[in-house]
Design a protein around this ligand. Structure first.
Ligand code: CA
Length: 536
């Protein structure tokens, strides 16, 4: 999530039972016995509170709906014949490569839109191929269908070229396909509508092998479970910084009767430059509690506050916004290309500090869906304010240090760079995550983005919606064949108000019930005992 995060966490009394404190004590004693193989987790199991598990999860193959659209169907709609609003206009002709009588120019004013009206005979999933040019440079702009955002039209440069928004469901009858400005400043010639190439069932046949050859048993068990259910179930998740007693989890449970299967946490407050400002965190304790006492799954991101040397630290750019590029002077290109060796050492030292925290989880036998260096290609965080190459070097350094130097065995590597060009490679990535914030109360399946992610690499990887602002409707995900492995709604305003009540802004109350009670969405109570999950 790229929204500001308030620095000072409310001091959270250790709301957990003595159990997780025992966990800490055990962690200390086990780390003293350095040569002990970390295969005996029974020391934690004695305090394990949960006794009821789901032993009968139906893992039979899922029936995907077939596409009934005639294979030769094609419909081209000219932009200049569409409905224009705001300052969107038909300009005088200055570009080549258009069809029909011209094209439309869209700037970036409030209320600008272009709507194509598509009359469709057969409901189903289609690909929308747009012919656009920009007034200069690449642009992304919003595409919505019948009022819901379905994807972005990408425009390469000042020459007309095609870009496809894939796997978009169109109803029988009239469909409004609308473009509104995000970056704006594009010429739109037409849209061609063809049957979607579709998401094949093979998409979900993934290997459960982890990239770290020395991965531990708990990580293997979790990965095996997640690959077994991939394409059959969607695993629910929720970011909640106070663990099980967070308002988000309490109120979701009050509404739906269920808790999420995945607890999302952030290592932000363990960043050394925040610790220097007396930040503290219970995130590790919450994770241990969630795994051992509730039988849940944990995911961690890390809003990496840059080393103090690079913090601007003014009232406009305070130290606690030090994960944003604007609040730092850090130049990752310089650091990764040997022009700032001190900076390199500082970053490596920060990774060492984070390794200490992750090691606590490893020693406790808690596997982690580990998602560092997220949303990089968006460019709003300092680790994305650089070339893709520098980012990949940093990713590899994080992977190498945690895996080979610190020998962590509990990490499942979730890459969330959000752009194919930033993909570091199959050798260091177990899963691919996308963070999606489509607006308010937009419950579409985001199948177009899912399709795009399947093309990041030829190797089949588990695809997750690693952060989301809006829940997606599982019925639509099934209809569109885009079964995200898991989702994890961001915390705070996406769920609750300041009075700790569901606020209904991004997600209506009924949606929490619909999603959490859906037979194809796994909630906490529906998980098997992951610590006993068969790897073979
Ligand atoms: Ca045209």
């Amino acid at each position: 999530m790229k929204k500001p995060i308030v620095a000072s966490l409310t001091a959270i009394a250790c709301a957990m039972s003595a159990v997780s404190c025992n966990g800490n004590d055990n962690e200390k004693s086990s780390s003293e016995e350095k040569d002990e193989p970390k295969t005996n987790y029974s020391q934690y199991m004695k305090d394990y509170a949960r006794t009821e598990f789901n032993d009968s999860l139906d893992l039979s193959d899922f029936d995907f709906q077939s596409n009934d659209i005639p294979a030769d169907f094609a419909l081209t709609l000219e932009a200049e014949e569409g409905t224009l609003s705001g300052e969107t206009e038909i300009p005088s002709i200055s570009l080549e490569g258009y069809s029909g009588n011209g094209y439309v120019f869209m700037k970036q004013s409030e209320g600008d839109s272009l709507t194509f009206s598509a009359q469709i005979e057969t409901a189903g999933n289609y690909d929308l191929i747009f012919n656009t040019a920009s007034s200069g440079g690449q642009k992304y702009n919003n595409v919505s269908v019948n009022g819901n955002k379905v994807g972005d039209v990408y425009t390469q440069d000042g020459t007309f070229s095609l870009s496809t928004v894939k796997q978009v469901y169109l109803e029988k009858g009239k469909n409004d396909i609308m473009i509104t400005p995000s970056w704006g400043w594009i010429y739109i010639d037409n849209v061609k509508i063809v049957p979607a190439s579709g998401i094949s069932e093979d998409t979900y046949k993934v290997s459960s092998e982890l990239v770290n050859p020395n991965a531990g048993i708990p990580a293997k068990q979790l990965m095996k479970f997640m690959s077994d259910v991939y394409g059959k179930y969607i695993i629910s998740g929720q970011y909640a910084s106070e663990g099980v007693s967070s308002a988000e989890i309490e109120k979701i449970e009050k509404q739906s009767g269920k808790k999420p299967a995945i607890l999302g946490l952030d290592l932000i407050e363990y960043s050394p430059s925040r610790v220097e400002h007396d930040s503290s965190s219970q995130a590790i304790e919450h994770a241990i509690d969630w795994y051992y006492n509730y039988g849940g799954i944990v995911t961690f991101c890390w809003h990496w506050n840059a080393p103090s040397k690079y913090l601007i630290n003014t009232s406009a750019q305070p130290w606690y916004k030090g994960f944003y590029k604007e609040a730092t002077t850090i130049n990752l290109d310089d650091i990764m290309n040997g022009k700032d060796n001190e900076g390199y050492d500082l970053l490596m030292s920060d990774i060492d500090a984070i390794a200490v925290q992750l090691k606590r989880l490893d020693d406790a036998g808690v596997p982690v869906l580990w998602r560092p260096l997220h949303e990089a290609s968006g460019g709003w965080f300092w680790w994305g304010n650089c070339s893709a190459e520098s980012y990949k070097k940093l990713w590899n350094a994080v992977y190498d240090k945690l895996t080979n130097e610190h020998k962590l065995t509990n990490l499942i590597w979730v890459w969330n760079g959000q752009n194919k060009d930033w993909y570091p490679g199959d050798e260091t990535v177990d899963m691919i995550g996308e963070d999606l914030y489509p607006g308010e109360k937009v419950y579409s399946s985001q199948s177009s983005k899912f399709m795009e992610v399947t093309e990041y690499t030829d190797t089949k990887k588990i695809i997750a919606m690693s952060e989301n602002g809006c829940l997606f409707d599982p019925e639509l995900a099934i209809r569109d064949g885009s079964l995200w492995s898991w989702f994890c709604v961001w915390n705070g305003e996406f769920v609750v108000d300041k009075f700790r009540q569901l606020n209904g802004i991004y997600n209506e109350k009924e949606m929490w019930s619909k999603v959490y009670q859906h037979e194809r969405v796994l909630t906490l109570d529906e998980l098997p005992d992951l610590r006993k999950y068969k790897i073979d």
